[in-house]
Design a protein around this ligand. Sequence first.
Ligand SMILES: Nc1ncnc2c1ncn2[C@@H]1O[C@H](COP(=O)(O)OP(=O)(O)OP(=O)(O)O)[C@@H](O)[C@H]1O
Ligand SMILES: [Mg+2]
Length: 363
Amino acid sequence: MSLSRLIIHHFRNLHAVDLELSSGFNFLVGENGSGKTSLLEAIFYLGHGRSFKSHISNRIIHYDHDQFTLFGKISEEKHDWSVGLKKTRQGDTVLKINGEDGKKISDLAHLLPMQVITPEGLTLLNGGPSYRRAFLDWGLFHQYSEFYHYWANLKRLLKQRNAALAQVRHYGELKVWDMELAKLAQVVSQMRGEYAEALRPEIEKTCQFFLPELEISVSFHQGWEKGADYSDILAQGFERDRGVGYTMIGPQKADFRFKANGLPVEDVLSRGQLKLLMCALRLAQGEHLVAQKQRQCLFLIDDFASELDPTKRALLAQRLRQSGSQVFVTAITEDQLQQMQWQEQHGDKLFTVQQGNISPLIK
Ligand SMILES: Nc1ncnc2c1ncn2[C@@H]1O[C@H](COP(=O)(O)OP(=O)(O)OP(=O)(O)O)[C@@H](O)[C@H]1O
Ligand SMILES: [Mg+2]
């Protein structure tokens, strides 16, 4: 599966872009502020109905325009399909899939799995647990169609519980709801735990490839004491939760932690090593999806060269090639891409980005 054509209008500084893309590597080269990240952001928007940079869509629409539009043609082995998305300053969204109107953003969800690797993405390793929960949930979401339903209900029940904590006086008033919450928490945590376990060998193998000098270990924490019944935890914590006004313990605190030689990675790894580890995790997860569901995901890699020495750049390129995925890579200068070994014969494409205009150099 690959994005074979992309048309963009008035998305940040990208006024009118129409690209035929490679199903392998697409390199985007341009100066600061030329529009490289915006192109990756547009692809991400097409797949998620939201940005990875800003929650406010009015900031994404070109300053002089009232709406942006995106169109993508996706080619799969046996057929092509298309997605069109329009967002207006009034906040309206129009989504078409295969030309059919009236689609919801949630209809996009499973269509275009993507992995984003940006300098800001290091929060996966040095940010709070929410980034790592999102990482696990991404995999579950693409692998199990029922996961989203459990996850969304769990989120809703937790929100309702937090609101109810301000109103109830006795635990008896919450108990029935907590039983339902506990059941869902158990299901989501079990799925997360099993997925983390299934991913572990894939992660270890990929880390060995990128960071053979380190022994990386991973561990999943469900958010409450292992083996304990979550409904007991809720009952025991009622007075405390009522005092603070929210549920302190539970699946909303789950984490997936990484250690290098037994120490937390964020404390001991260099910036380059952190970046490689992030790439390893995202590649491992992408490959796991292929293995489980025969579904390829796209890789969006912003500022590919930063933090990596030439040898590591070549390693990353080699591993991405092996994965057979469609890859978008940005860089400021062409020479930063040298280690990525362009392969024109394999249909790689190089685009130059200048003040919002994108043109192919290698067709
Ligand atoms: N809503 C908008 N309308 C028009 N231009 C915008 C809008 N939002 C951002 N820009 C501009 O779009 C340009 C493209 O930014 P982008 O982040 O894509 O650049 P880049 O090529 O990734 O640069 P860098 O190498 O510095 O990361 C910037 O000049 C930015 O100021
Ligand atoms: Mg950028």
